[in-house]
Design a protein around this ligand. Structure first.
Ligand SMILES: [Zn+2]
Ligand SMILES: [Zn+2]
Length: 133
């Protein structure tokens, strides 16, 4: 069982299977919600996961036209979950909120066109300048 939770513990996530994809997101919306220059996500199969606890959603439309949602704890404001209509079978979890911590080996960096200037992108990863949807 893999678990993640917000800082205050109100909003929680569980998965019975390991992440199937890991990426770093440089989009503006994640930055606004998290206050971080970029966000590490692990993606899980939706059918193996559940969330519990009060949260609010921050919705926006990606350049691709896909509706995407960030789920944020109502109490502490931490972003925990990322869902995108373009990828309905997976759910993203803010990697740093997974405890105990899992290894993080991102294969992709997405929304690199929107990254904070001068952010150095690593070699050997696939870049998606405008997201992957
Ligand atoms: Zn919270
Ligand atoms: Zn993002």
């Amino acid at each position: 069982m893999i678990q993640a939770r917000c800082r205050c513990g109100t909003f929680r996530f569980e998965s019975t299977s390991a992440p199937i994809l890991q990426l770093v997101c440089h989009c503006t919306q994640c930055r606004e919600v998290s206050g971080q220059p970029f966000t590490a996500f692990s993606f899980f199969k939706v059918r193996d996961t559940q969330t519990q606890g009060e949260h609010r959603t921050v919705e926006f439309t990606a350049d691709t036209g896909a509706r995407t949602v960030r789920e944020v704890c109502t109490s502490c404001g931490d972003m925990l979950i990322d869902r995108t209509d373009g990828f309905p079978k997976v759910v993203g979890v803010v990697h740093g909120r997974i405890a105990p911590a899992l290894p993080f080996q991102p294969a992709h960096h997405v929304w690199t066109d929107s990254r904070v200037p001068e952010t150095v992108l690593p070699e050997g990863v696939t870049l998606f300048p405008k997201g992957a949807a």
